[in-house]
Ligand binder design. Structure first.
Ligand code: ATP
Ligand code: MG
Length: 430
């Protein structure tokens, strides 16, 4: 059965919006006798008046044929290999048209596999994609959009609609719901009510998704510049708890951290997932510490941090360095609150001081005293802000003016050697 797509010549994409390297790939494939189109996020973003993050190409050439045509290319992915064609720092992803998961394997009446042809036609390729707005092709030579699925209309109506039956498409891949939330936040689109009906079900099914894929999705959700809207949407339903089972979605510091992350991205400042991990899991760490006798808590931040991170790790595979980052930020919180005169200079020189101070500032701004030893977070945050602006001589005056630590005695105990899940040494403070 052949399905005739709509061809749309009247659209807002201008030739200068396109990417030279992507055009080269398309032209070279065409010259070799293959069909090739721009597809996916780049077409969607251009039609929404945004500049695409990257340009993807879809073609009827097999991955091996693509590789044969381009010197600087390599194949990635096993089940569905795609070609990466490199131009300096830019990579153009070239994928071969393929069929959807449901029809990729043909079986006979008894369920026996008779054919396993993953590759398909342009229309197969359109229907296997997730949202209608992600299934638009751009024919560079004709300067036309090819639309099999009503994506143009959905862009005009600003809606996210899954291709096919939402229940089926979400059962095939529950990550599609996270993608819906991400695209809705990015584009300001609404998500079809029918999709949101399955949110509970998807939240359950996310458990089965490999942690590494969820970490990729975590990065895209929260480090692309629209994390505030994503978190607002996620914390209302079961999704926040399905990605971060021990978090407190109501913790206002999380939303504030998302907001500050968005602002930093808008200002081209560096951001790290380690900071968000620290913020999101703070309540869990505090809960663990509060089960311990008060006088042991400061010594146990390290161990409790490992426990907090280990539980999270069962859901999202957070690379080790970001777990360490979060742990170091946590370990500095009691130090920042304690303001022990003897350690101030060392704390200021600690490589995590800046992040730890940012976290303290957010806790103070939200007046969120969970885990705080007193409710003077405002004063503490102002004090640490001030001391950073002072010359060493003036810093000393500020430190000398601190109330004396009194009879506080620091108890030191030898640490037991730790096992393989150890996240590394304590930050070098003492
Ligand atoms: P962006 O790169 O801006 O985040 P994108 O739409 O390009 O958005 P990618 O993850 O790069 O997202 O995927 C490229 C295209 O592949 C999508 O536009 C979509 O057509 C298809 N696609 C990606 N993930 C899925 C999925 N889980 N199910 C079906 N199709 C998908
Ligand atoms: Mg993309």
């Amino acid at each position: 059965m052949s399905i005739e797509p709509a061809r749309i010549a009247d659209h807002i994409i201008e030739p200068e919006h396109l990417d030279r390297n992507a055009n080269t790939v398309v032209a070279q494939l065409n010259d070799a006798g293959f069909d090739a189109y721009l597809v996916g996020g780049c077409v969607r973003d251009l039609l929404c008046g945004k500049s695409p993050k990257d340009f993807d190409v879809a073609t009827n050439a097999t991955p091996e044929e693509v590789k044969g045509l381009f010197n600087r290319s390599r194949l990635v992915g096993r089940r569905f290999p795609i070609a990466h064609v490199r131009f300096g720092r830019e990579i153009i992803e070239v994928s071969t048209f393929r069929k959807g998961e449901a029809d990729e394997v043909e079986t006979d009446r008894r369920g026996m596999i008779v054919q396993d042809r993953a590759f398909g036609t342009l229309s197969d390729d359109a229907f296997r994609r997730d949202f209608s707005i992600n299934a638009l092709y751009f024919d560079v030579a004709q300067h036309e959009i090819i639309d099999y699925v009503g994506g143009i209309e959905d862009i005009r109506d600003q809606r996210l609609r899954l291709i096919g039956d939402p229940a089926t498409r979400l059962a095939e891949d529950p990550v599609r719901l996270l993608r819906a939330i991400r695209f809705a936040a990015k584009l300001g689109f609404s998500i079809d009510a029918e999709i949101m009906e399955h949110v509970e079900d998807c939240a359950d099914r996310l458990e089965a998704i490999p942690g590494a894929r969820l970490f990729d999705e975590f990065m895209k959700l929260f480090l692309s510049g629209y994390a505030t809207r994503v978190w607002e949407q996620m914390r209302e339903g079961p999704l926040a708890r399905s990605l971060f089972p021990t978090c407190n979605p109501e913790n206002p510091v999380i939303l504030e951290a998302m907001n500050s992350t968005d602002n930093r991205i808008a200002a081209d400042m560096p951001v790290t997932p380690g900071f968000l991990i620290a913020v999101i899991l703070w309540d869990d760490l505090v809960r663990r510490l509060e089960q311990l006798p008060a006088e042991e808590r400061d010594q146990k931040v390290y161990d409790s941090a490992l426990d907090t991170l280990a539980v999270q790790q069962q859901h999202i595979a957070v690379p080790r360095r970001f777990g360490i980052f979060a742990r170091e930020v946590w370990q500095l919180q009691p130090r920042l609150e304690e303001r022990h005169p003897r350690f101030i200079k060392r704390i200021l020189g600690n490589k995590r001081f800046r992040a730890a101070f940012d976290f303290l500032q957010l806790r103070a701004a939200c007046d969120y005293t969970v885990g705080a030893r007193a409710d003077n977070l405002d004063e503490l945050s102002a004090w640490w802000e001030e001391i950073q602006t002072l010359e060493p001589g003036e810093q000393k005056a500020l430190i000398d003016a601190l109330p004396s630590p009194g009879q506080r005695r620091r108890r030191r105990r030898k640490r037991k050697p730790r096992n393989a899940t150890d996240l590394g040494p304590r930050p070098d403070l003492t």
